[in-house]
Write a protein that binds this ligand. Structure first.
Ligand code: ADP
Ligand code: GN1
Ligand code: MG
Length: 352
């Protein structure tokens, strides 16, 4: 079945194999290999999450073209493999939307930094990405997920999920709800500054997990940033913050032993150095909001996992019962740890 889909794209030769690949929570990703030995990433786009696939693919095509025009190295930006029938994606008979990219070869995609230097290089990659897109015509981009990092709106959704409580899970998460709602007032810190004109609206990636950047397998230097579905207007602190949330944690996003979960100040410091050195467009206010970006992106991700747990795990792919609750708990543990380390985080940013 999937080989048939693969053959509908303009690959070199014919489909030889197609297997599930990667650890993304949203799309279905496959590694496709052709009879010529060329490798490709095939993805079934999650249409519950991305409701307007043509607009999504227009965004990605134009960002890839923009980046490629500035740096033609084929491993330094993603290349969409077009369907043989034309366009940038296709629908199968069931209505599922599929797209394909060249596989970025001789690369590493990490779930956790193996060394501080890996994390530094990922900071350079995301900082460079944002700097490069400073010139991108933001008004041409569609908002692929409206209110994506609107933290107050995420709280509204959490209230809605808790009020409707369709599976009777609310009683199991009283502590988590209390933790979240105790921080609701802070949720508007960044969007409030944006509304007052204190922060510039940038073109940002918005999903800067370490596993959304490719490093060169031999030099371990950045090749390119992937997973461009959420490239939209946003704040610098979102990209900084989401990277800290995921990569500066001492444990996996779904670790059950919360003793293991802390926000590493040395990794935080490493990322601050890499990001601020590459993202030369940052204003003084943007720099100052970086710690708040880390805290709010982590809190927001935690409440998104919690709301999804309450409504029955309809958004994030889960691999075990309570997976989203486990993920929520790691995020809240990180938030508490950031609160304890707040003064030090601010000091590190002010020194950078
Ligand atoms: P999701 O939105 O579900 O996170 P991604 O686009 O991040 O999907 O893809 C999932 C994983 O597939 C990535 O973390 C990476 O390991 C791998 N991947 C995606 N695109 C490429 C590519 N062009 N080359 C190599 N690996 C890729
Ligand atoms: C999702 O697609 P993926 O797995 O890179 C999510 C992010 C969350 C992240 C949590 C489009 O990222 O917003 O921060 O899971 N992406 C979308 O791991 O919602
Ligand atoms: Mg991803």
């Amino acid at each position: 079945m999937n080989n048939e889909i693969v053959n509908r794209f303009a690959i070199a030769g014919e489909a030889a194999s197609c297997e599930r690949y990667g650890n993304g929570h949203i799309n279905e990703t496959y590694l496709a290999v052709s009879t010529s030995g060329a490798r490709y990433i095939l993805q079934k786009i999650n249409q519950t999450v991305f409701r307007d696939v043509p607009a999504l693919m227009r965004n990605i095509s134009s960002v890839c073209e923009f980046l490629r025009a500035r740096d033609p190295d084929p491993r330094h930006s993603m290349r969409i493999v077009p369907p043989r029938e034309g366009g940038s994606f296709l629908y199968d008979e069931s209505g599922a939307a599929w797209r394909m990219y060249d596989f970025v070869e001789d690369s590493l995609c990490l779930e956790a930094p193996e060394t501080a230097e890996d994390f530094y290089q990922s900071a350079v990659a995301f900082g460079t990405f944002q700097r490069q897109l400073a010139e991108f015509p933001a008004e041409t981009l569609a908002e692929t997920i409206p209110h994506f990092h609107d933290t107050p709106d995420r709280f509204r959704q959490l209230h809605e999920a808790a009020d409707s409580d369709p599976l009777g899970r609310k009683k199991l998460v009283a502590r988590e709800l209390e933790f979240a709602f105790a921080r609701e007032e802070e949720a508007g810190a960044l969007v409030g500054m944006l509304a007052k004109g204190e922060l510039p609206l940038r073109v940002t990636h918005n999903d800067t997990k370490l596993n959304n950047v490719m490093l060169d397998a031999s030099t371990r230097k950045p090749l390119c940033v992937i997973d461009l579905d959420t490239v939209m207007p946003g704040l610098a602190a979102y990209d900084f913050g989401d990277s800290i949330r995921f990569g500066a944690s001492t444990a996996a996003e779904d670790e059950r032993d919360l003793e293991k979960v802390t926000m590493s100040l040395p990794l935080f410091e490493t990322f601050v150095r890499g990001f601020t050195s590459a993202c030369t467009t940052l204003t003084a206010n943007e720099r100052e909001t970086l710690p708040m970006g880390a805290k709010l992106m982590t809190l927001e991700c935690g409440i998104r996992f919690l709301a999804d747990y309450l409504v029955g795990d309809t958004y994030f792919r889960i691999h075990r019962p309570d997976h989203n609750l486990d993920r929520c708990r790691t995020q809240f543990k990180l938030v508490a740890d950031m609160e304890a380390k707040w003064a030090e985080m601010a000091r590190i940013v002010s020194k950078a």
